[in-house]
Design a protein around this ligand. Structure first.
Ligand SMILES: [Zn+2]
Length: 332
C-alpha cells in the first residue's frame, strides 16, 4: 500500500508516479480497499485482469479499465499530471490558478482549466458534516458593490437584501469546527431554515445577527442568541457574535479576489466547496489532503452529475442519490 505521508512536495509526487502503471495501481488501491476489483457495471467481484491491463468481469463479461467511473475516466492526459495537479490544489492554502497549473504541470492553459474544474468538483463530495454545540450563521452577497456586507447592512438595515445583481451565500460554522456554506436562491427564512435543520443538530446554540430570517430558530429547536449589527453591536457578553463565520467570508473573498479575480455565477458553489474544504482540513497536512482528495477521485461515481451542480437544491438531490453514508448518518 502506498504511504501518502511521503509526499511533502510536488517533486516527491513527480518522482513517485513515474509511469501510468504505478498510477493505475494506486487508483486501484484507493478504489478497492480489499484489493479485489469490483465490476463498475454489475457490482460483482469476479474480475480478472487481462494482458492488456484491463479487467474482465466473469459475471457480465464486460471489460473495464481501473479508471471507469472515476474522475480519470477516458482521460488522454498522463495520470501523473492529474496527480501533480491534485497535489498542487491540495497543498496551496489559497488555491491555485490555471496559469500556475499550466506552468507547474506543463500543460496548456485550457487543459489546466479543465483539470482545476474537474478536481474542484470533488469537493462537493463531502463526508457527513453535522454541526453541533455553538454554531454561528450568516449570509453574504457576492458581486455588485455590496461586497462589504457590514457596510451594506449598516446603511440598509436588514431589509431589501436584493439578489438581482448579487449571489447570496449562506454559511454556518461550528465554533472550533467545520463550516458548511452554499449558494442559495434567496435568503428568506423559508429557504434557510430547512438547510439549518439539515446540517445543525437540534438543541445547538445558534448565533446570528438581528435579521428577521433567524427569528424562527428558537421555534425550530435551537437556542438562539443574536447581536444587533444595525446598531453597531458586534459582540455581546463576550461570546454572542458571528465573528467566526465572518472570518470565513473574509477569507473566501480574499481568495476569490487574489487568486481567481472573478468568478462566474455558475461556478460559485464549486469555489465555496473548495474553500470550505480547505477550512475544514486546515489542521491537516498537505499529504493528508492529497490522500483524501485521491480517495475522492478514485471513488466511483457519475462525476458529470457533480460538475453540473450549481444550486443547493441540486447539491442536496445529488447527495441523496450518491452519498447514502451521509444520509444514513443523519437519519440514525
Ligand atoms: Zn460485471
Amino acid at each position: 500500500m502506498i504511504d501518502f505521508a511521503q509526499f511533502d512536495s510536488l517533486l516527491q509526487v513527480a518522482d513517485y508516479f513515474t509511469t501510468n502503471d504505478i498510477c493505475k495501481q494506486t487508483i486501484a488501491e484507493a478504489r478497492w480497499a480489499d484489493g479485489e476489483a469490483v465490476c463498475p457495471y454489475c457490482g460483482k467481484k469476479h474480475c480478472k485482469m487481462g494482458k492488456d491491463g484491463r479487467y474482465l468481469c466473469k459475471d457480465c463479461r464486460r471489460k473495464f479499465n481501473v479508471t471507469v467511473g472515476t474522475i480519470f475516466e477516458n482521460t488522454k492526459l498522463p495520470l501523473r499530471k492529474w496527480f501533480m495537479a491534485m497535489y498542487l490544489i491540495s497543498s496551496h492554502k489559497k488555491g491555485v490558478s490555471s496559469l500556475q497549473i499550466m506552468r507547474d504541470v506543463n500543460v496548456t492553459q485550457k487543459t489546466a482549466w479543465f483539470l482545476l474544474h474537474k478536481i474542484r468538483g470533488l469537493y462537493g463530495i463531502t463526508d457527513a458534516i453535522a454541526l453541533d454545540g455553538e454554531v454561528e450563521m450568516d449570509e453574504m452577497y457576492l458581486g455588485g458593490r455590496e461586497i462589504n456586507k457590514h457596510e451594506s447592512k449598516k446603511t440598509e438595515g436588514t431589509q431589501g437584501r436584493s439578489t438581482k445583481t448579487k449571489t447570496p451565500i449562506f454559511g454556518m460554522i461550528q465554533r472550533g469546527g467545520n463550516v458548511v456554506a452554499m449558494k442559495v436562491d434567496d435568503t428568506k427564512g423559508a429557504t434557510l431554515m430547512p438547510i439549518v435543520s439539515q446540517f445543525v443538530e437540534q438543541g445547538a446554540t445558534t448565533y446570528t445577527d438581528e435579521a428577521n430570517i433567524y427569528h424562527k430558530l428558537s421555534e425550530n429547536g435551537y437556542e438562539h442568541l443574536f447581536v444587533n449589527h444595525s446598531q453597531r453591536e458586534y459582540v455581546r457578553a463576550n461570546d454572542i457574535h458571528t465573528n467566526g463565520i465572518e472570518g470565513f467570508w473574509a477569507h473566501f473573498k480574499r481568495v476569490i479576489f487574489s487568486t481567481y479575480h472573478c468568478v462566474s455565477k455558475d461556478y460559485v458553489q464549486r469555489y465555496i466547496d473548495e474553500q470550505a474544504y480547505r477550512w475544514n482540513t486546515r489542521k491537516m497536512s498537505a499529504s493528508y489532503r492529497f490522500e483524501d482528495m485521491f480517495k475522492k477521485a478514485a471513488k466511483s461515481f457519475d462525476y458529470t452529475d457533480v460538475l453540473s451542480l450549481s444550486s443547493v437544491v441540486d447539491v442536496v438531490a445529488w447527495k441523496t442519490k450518491h452519498d447514502s453514508y451521509y444520509w444514513a448518518g443523519k437519519v440514525a
